[in-house]
Design a binder for this molecule. Structure first.
Ligand SMILES: [Zn+2]
Length: 100
């Protein structure tokens, strides 16, 4: 995989997490067009990539898409906790009123 944020080729150890910079949602396959364009960018003295505006724009769009794709909300029911019942209570305003 290639990390769009740190600019290194990495081996993905945890799903969607860069092992180099520990950023989420920044990994794309080696063979993707955006990774290829990023690798063509020159590097500064610290070996950080210096992308032109079009590549930086494409990186921003791709990361926004990956974050939106991976930002699903997971609802867990107490019954899914392996039989252990959790004590819960409802808080907040009741629908249609101002009471709790
Ligand atoms: Zn990274």
């Amino acid at each position: 995989m290639y990390c769009l944020l740190c600019g290194y080729d990495v081996i993905e150890l945890r799903r969607d997490v860069c092992p180099s910079c520990v950023s989420q949602d920044s990994l794309v396959p080696f063979a993707c067009d955006l990774a290829y364009r990023c690798k063509k960018s020159p590097r500064d003295t610290n070996s950080a990539p210096m992308h032109d505006a079009s590549v930086s724009d494409a990186i921003g769009r791709r990361i926004a898409i990956m974050i939106a794709r991976n930002s699903t909300v997971k609802f867990e029911l107490a019954e899914d906790q392996g039989g252990e019942k959790l004590m819960t209570r409802r808080v907040g305003f009741a629908q249609g009123g101002t009471g709790l």
